[in-house]
Design a protein around this ligand. Structure first.
Ligand code: IPE
Ligand code: IPE
Ligand code: MG
Length: 240
């Protein structure tokens, strides 16, 4: 196990879980099998994150843009999501995990919302770790919605023009309720954010792994944290 420093843990980790489809293709299996294997990785990494004291974990599970994939793939992903929520209910409630969701949740099928909403509500008092699922999520769309909210408040006289600054915008960004991500990990070898946590990622440390998400292991997670711990965060300032 890679050695990590318990005093310098990232507080909030964002995870872009990419590479399920390629994992399946390599095995001549349908893409849905890659997503199924990916959901096993989710269980493994959520358990680990909670065990090592990560306060907030945000998982990019489905983007706004992913709706444009073929219907059968979208359906398979929604079924897997529902199965994940049903099967992890006991684990989440019993292990002090607070579940939250960000994104255009109204666009999700009722079958998902009917399990997601009660689990978010019932796990609300938990405080060991906040697990946020980014579902039907887009970073640009999230910023646009926040801007719309500010514009409405301005139009209706609740705020002044000068009140609109980065901090006021940030307060309206749902994915930032748990604070800015300290570390964003992307699996699958691509080195881009693909519309994930655009507002909050301003000073996030980025870690890109070649590993495809279904094979991303506990060791790989430790490697990412060790890399984070080797960095010097400056936030634009000079560090002497
Ligand atoms: C990530 O894996 C999961 C989702 C986007 C839902 P992909 O399905 O994007 O897998 P690749 O990138 O095609 O391998
Ligand atoms: C990002 O992966 C979205 C999720 C992991 C949910 P994509 O596979 O959708 O991103 P692109 O298309 O490679 O940018
Ligand atoms: Mg992908």
């Amino acid at each position: 196990m890679t050695l990590i420093d318990a005093r310098n843990m990232p507080r909030h980790v964002g995870l872009i879980m990419d590479g399920n489809g390629r994992w399946a293709s390599q095995r001549n299996e349908p893409r849905s099998e890659g997503h199924r294997a990916g959901s096993r990785s989710v269980r493994r990494i959520v358990r680990l994150a909670r065990r090592i004291g990560i306060e907030a974990l945000t998982l990019y599970a489905f983007s706004q843009q992913n709706w444009a994939r073929p219907d059968d793939e979208v359906t398979a992903l929604m079924v897997l999501l529902q199965e994940y929520l049903l099967s992890e209910r006991v684990e989440i409630l019993g292990n002090g995990i607070r579940l939250a969701a960000v994104g255009e949740l109204a666009e999700l099928p009722a079958s998902v919302r009917e399990v997601l909403e009660p689990l978010c509500r019932d796990s609300q008092p938990n405080d060991r770790m906040t697990l946020t699922l980014a579902l039907s999520y887009g970073g640009q769309e999230e910023i646009a919605a926040a801007a719309r909210g500010l514009a409405k408040d301005y139009a209706e006289g609740r705020i002044q023009l000068e009140d609109i600054d980065a901090s006021a915008l940030g307060k309206r960004i749902p994915s930032q309720r748990v604070g800015q991500p300290d570390l964003i990990i992307r699996t699958g070898g691509e080195t881009r954010l693909s519309n994930f946590l655009l507002y909050g990622s301003a000073y996030a440390e980025l870690f890109f792994s070649e590993r495809l998400w279904p094979e991303f292991s506990e060791e790989d997670f430790f490697t990412a944290i060790a890399s984070y711990q080797g960095r010097q965060r400056r936030f634009g300032q000079l560090v002497t």
